[in-house]
Ligand binder design. Structure first.
Ligand SMILES: NC(=O)c1ccc[n+]([C@@H]2O[C@H](COP(=O)([O-])OP(=O)(O)OC[C@H]3O[C@@H](n4cnc5c(N)ncnc54)[C@H](OP(=O)(O)O)[C@@H]3O)[C@@H](O)[C@H]2O)c1
Length: 302
């Protein structure tokens, strides 16, 4: 198909991990034209067929960002200071509807408030889940929910093993390391699911939930996997109350880990959803041991 007749997908977060993955998968698939959206198009000219400004905090930018688009991928960044995910997503849904977008894909997370009966507060999960209804009720011809996993990449970045008091390298976290509760994955593979959903709206465009899951593990299994590959990492369980006050944002992480332990990351039996996600993506996601061998080599934690 010539590039002019291909339908256009506009990708929010194109300079980031999730949106970047979506953009690269769409480019590799070749069925759609891609418009990368960023607050700084001047800095990222080479990203895609088109690079256009979009700032979710300035809804007036979204009209041009979504103009002529068949599909939109939306991710919001809870961790960016000042972000109001509900306000941003509402603006994006409204602008996409006004632009005549046919297929809207929203990167959501489970509703921890509902799953835990109001006991656990994890705003970066629940805040996203509350947006699902807005997407569902907007009346797009097609809409899809994708669920990003606990990124393997966290273990090489924000949650990389740290030097412990006893001199070992490892984790001191408020979670029972024997409990298998973490649905994990290589976030670069989220794009295969999203590109598959845009290509197969019949299978995945009627409000389906598509989680990316490469592995489902406990912290002991993570540690054992790494140590079998030559690492020497340790795990120590620490009390939630102590951890929660140890650095800014720690309370949020402590609550998240308490949720994984009590209910698992996805919060419910998701085998059918995972199977559909893999079918739509056309492949099984990479397992943790395979990812770690390449992306968390032994010298990186030595
Ligand atoms: N880490 C995990 O394990 C995990 C698991 C599940 C879900 N998540 C969720 O992932 C989200 C972050 O996604 P990510 O990791 O892909 O982010 P990232 O790599 O940190 O990149 C953030 C992206 O958001 C864009 N952005 C930020 N504010 C924006 C705004 N006002 N308007 C338009 N674009 C904006 C940035 O674009 P520009 O700077 O180019 O404008 C950038 O592309 C968070 O909400 C988090 O809760 C994380």
């Amino acid at each position: 198909m010539s590039s002019n007749s291909r339908k256009l997908i506009a990708v929010i977060g194109a300079t980031g991990q999730q949106g970047g993955a979506v953009m690269r998968a769409l480019q590799a698939q070749g069925q759609f034209k891609v418009r990368a959206l960023t607050r700084n198009p001047g800095k990222h000219r080479e990203l895609a067929d088109e690079v256009v400004e979009a700032d979710l905090d300035r809804p007036e930018t979204l009209k041009a960002a979504f103009a002529g688009a068949h599909g939109v991928f939306l991710v919001t960044n809870f961790w960016e200071p000042g972000t109001d995910e509900l306000k941003q997503a509402t603006a994006a849904v409204r602008a996409a509807k006004a632009a005549g977008v046919k297929h809207f894909v929203w990167s959501t997370l489970p509703d921890v408030e509902a799953i835990s009966g109001g006991k656990l507060h994890v705003p970066h999960f629940t805040g996203k889940a509350k947006i699902d209804r807005i997407v569902r009720e907007a009346g797009f011809a097609h809409h899809t929910f994708v669920i990003a996993p606990f990124f393997y990449q966290n273990l090489a970045g924000v949650l990389a093993p740290q030097k412990q008091e006893d001199g070992t390298l490892g984790w001191a976290l408020p979670i029972d390391p024997t409990v298998r509760g973490i649905h994990m994955g290589d976030i670069r593979e989220l794009g295969n699911i999203v590109a598959g959903a845009f290509a197969h709206p019949d299978q995945a465009g009627n409000g389906q939930y598509l989680p990316l899951v490469g592995d489902f593990m406990s912290f002991n299994e993570i540690v054992d996997t790494l140590n079998r590959q030559g690492h020497e990492v340790s795990f120590k369980r620490v009390p939630k109350e102590v951890f929660a006050t140890s650095f800014p944002g720690a309370a949020e992480i402590a609550a998240t880990l308490a949720y994984f332990q009590a209910h698992t990351y996805l919060g419910s039996d998701s085998r059918d959803r995972i199977a559909l996600a893999n079918k739509v993506a056309g492949r099984r996601p990479t397992q943790f041991s395979t990812w770690a061998r390449v992306d968390l080599p032994v010298h990186a934690s030595a």
